[in-house]
Design a protein around this ligand. Structure first.
Ligand code: 5BU
Length: 253
């Protein structure tokens, strides 16, 4: 049987979360992640039952859930187990190391207890990575560095992106990849996850800029597409997730 590049990489990488994600992608034949940006626990659970079989990652913004209770994260983990996907809290940490540790470990959300993947800006310097790493490594977690953004007028210059790559290389025991619009490195240890992907629209009215599945995966050579409104606002999120899965996987094998 022909193995996809994801399967080969799964065998090669040593980062436990990168390995798990690549194995999941290979087994489920999907490079689709869903951004579950809904504002009630019930809506998110319903969405997961629709899209769960088609995704490798569920991306959350827990702080937009109006009726959030800590038990929700227990349910999320059960659903991740049932449907076999990884949970990525798109927290975009951006503070000094000492504070991000508290934001990651404590507060209401206790993110490190349930999110296998989180992300961070490197704006404050490498102390943010060191801070998160001290917490995350104890829990077998992975970090994505935000190297590029999808939104118009963002300030992440090519030099900034290159510095992100350099920091990732210095912390490859914890950093498993990037949020990026284009592939930044051939280093197989690092995964590239791309938000701002949609079939239907090229933008929203607040600066979001979309690329097609083909552009993300073929032209820009990234690894995982992250789709939010393109799926959760569709009349059948299940069918739409299936379409994105088939399209994305078709470009990757
Ligand atoms: P959409 O509905 O597919 O437009 O949602 C995009 C999601 O990806 C949303 O959760 C954003 O927070 C997230 N995102 C993004 O759109 N662009 C970026 O550069 C980063 C995250 Br980083």
């Amino acid at each position: 049987m022909k193995r996809s590049a994801y399967g080969q990489r799964a065998a090669e990488v040593t980062h436990p979360v990168a390995k798990k994600l690549l194995q999941c992608m290979e087994e489920k034949k999907t490079n689709l992640g869903v951004s579950a940006d809904l504002t009630s626990q019930k809506e998110i659970v319903e969405l997961i039952h629709e899209v769960g079989p088609h995704i490798c990652v569920l991306k959350t913004h827990v702080d937009v859930i109006a009726d959030f209770t800590p038990s929700f994260t227990v349910e999320l983990q059960k659903l991740a187990e049932k449907y076999q996907f990884l949970i990525f809290e798109d927290r975009k940490f951006a503070d000094i190391g000492q504070i991000v540790q508290r934001q990651y470990e404590g507060g209401v959300y206790r993110i490190c207890e349930w999110a296998e993947i989180v992300n961070a800006h490197i704006l404050p310097g490498p102390g943010i990575i060191e801070g998160l790493k001290q917490i995350g490594m104890k829990h077998n977690r992975g970090l994505l560095l935000i190297a590029q953004m999808s939104s118009a007028g963002n300030l992440l210059t090519p030099e900034y992106t290159q510095q992100t790559l350099a920091y990732a290389q210095q912390h490859a025991d914890f950093v498993m990849g990037f949020i990026a619009q284009t592939k930044l490195t051939n280093d197989p240890r690092f995964l590239h996850l791309t938000p701002g992907v949609q079939f239907a629209n090229s933008q929203d009215d607040l600066g979001q800029q979309y690329v097609s599945v083909e552009k993300a995966l073929v032209e820009n050579q990234t690894d995982v597409i992250l789709v939010g409104r393109g799926i959760y606002l569709a009349s059948s999120p299940r069918e739409e997730a299936r379409r994105y899965q088939e399209c994305g996987w078709g470009y990757s094998v």
